[in-house]
Write a protein that binds this ligand. Structure first.
Ligand code: ACO
Length: 335
């Protein structure tokens, strides 16, 4: 039984999992549909290829597979999970996709719901789940980030279609009465700049009866002002990380790994440079998967844990950023 003395309730990271679709779309493939080249895409983004879900893959299926991996690593039975939080902008069901993952996992004792904060979604979900654990409300949580942006990309827009891919990642976190590995966090929103990046409902209308119209349940493609998003990321992300490190009494040289939302290699390099964190400590898998939105952070972390790059007790600073605009950071030790 968890000691619910709130001062003592900490967070432990018990497991991770991920899933990537089989289909690979290379830069050369994209060059066949829009006026671009492998060289341009690699130089400007660091991306070589991305994964695209097929008709049997979905946010529910990818999220389920990722959650299963996290459960296995944590050595938890699904019935012991109290909370499942799914960060996604592309659910199978607008009423929520987390319940379907709960059912598929057999996690019958868990409450499960979706949370949307675009590319910051996983970070926001992790912090939300951690609050339930810290207050003693729940003991075990699965936090999943899964997205299928390929369904909403304008495959004729060379300025954005080169960036995105599909995937999922998950973490198993637990309330812990004798230690804490999630130190501090910051979450931010600036809706005034929300127009830089959108996946919005279409204005198409149809008539129900004379003079009463309804808006069709249809979404537009992703629209993005790439340069503004780029400037936002390279300005705000170093700031939010720097402030968090100061708040928690750490310096950038104490950090083992910088785990950023995988948006663009140039953003990762610029943030690392501004924080004076060397390239070897900046985790990246952009080349293989591109930007998988809410999935990038847990996918990157799971890969790094499984290939033994990230080890027990390593100090990691992570930052999610993207549409909203939304961004934030968290400081934690793995384990
Ligand atoms: N291939 C070839 N040429 C291209 C391509 C392409 N795929 N895309 C744009 N261009 C052209 C433009 O038309 C422009 O040509 P012009 O000078 O003749 O007008 C030229 O390249 C330069 O365009 P820019 O938009 O200035 O290119 P930039 O260097 O900014 O790179 C990019 C564009 C890659 C989108 C960059 O702005 C970026 O990565 N921004 C961040 C966006 C991002 O990460 N979004 C992800 C979602 S949100 C998030 O996760 C943060």
């Amino acid at each position: 039984m968890l000691d619910t003395n709130l001062d003592k309730v900490g967070i432990a990271f018990r497991g991770s999992g991920s899933y990537i679709p089989e289909q690979i779309l290379t830069n050369a493939d994209i060059s066949k549909i829009v006026d671009t080249s492998d060289k341009w895409i690699k130089t400007r983004t660091g991306i070589s290829e991305r994964r695209i879900s097929d008709k049997n893959e979905s946010v529910c299926q990818m999220g389920y597979e990722a959650a299963l991996g996290a459960l296995e690593m944590a050595d938890w039975s699904s019935e012991t999970v109290d909370l499942i939080l799914l960060a996604t902008s592309t659910p199978n069901d607008l009423f929520g996709s987390a319940p379907s993952i709960q059912a598929k996992l057999g996690a019958k004792n868990a409450v499960a719901f979706d949370l949307t904060a675009a590319c910051s979604g996983f970070l926001f979900a992790l912090i939300t789940a951690a609050q339930y654990l810290r207050t003693g409300t729940f003991k075990r949580a699965l936090v999943i980030g899964a997205d299928q942006l390929s369904s909403f990309v304008n495959w004729g827009d060379r300025g954005s279609c080169i960036l995105f891919g599909d995937g999922a990642g998950a973490l198993a976190i637990e309330a812990c009465s004798d230690s804490n590995n999630l130190y501090g966090f910051t979450l931010k929103t600036d809706g005034y700049r929300g127009g830089f990046l959108n996946l919005s409902i279409s204005d198409d209308q149809e008539e129900i009866i004379d003079n009463i119209n309804y808006k069709k349940g249809k979404y537009r493609n992703i629209t993005m002002n790439g340069q503004e998003v780029y400037k936002f990321a390279v300005r705000e992300v170093p700031l939010v990380i720097d402030n968090l490190l100061k708040q928690e009494n750490y310096k950038s040289c104490d950090i083992d790994w910088l785990l950023l939302h995988q948006a663009n290699q140039r953003i990762l390099d610029a943030v690392g440079d501004r924080l004076d964190i060397s390239k070897e400590k900046v985790l990246t898998n952009l080349s293989n998967y591109g930007n998988t939105s809410a999935a990038t952070i847990p996918l990157m972390l799971d890969e790094s844990i499984r290939n033994k790059k990230v080890k027990q007790n390593d100090l990691i600073v992570t930052s999610g950023f993207g549409a909203g605009l939304s961004w934030g950071a968290a400081l934690f030790r793995w384990g």
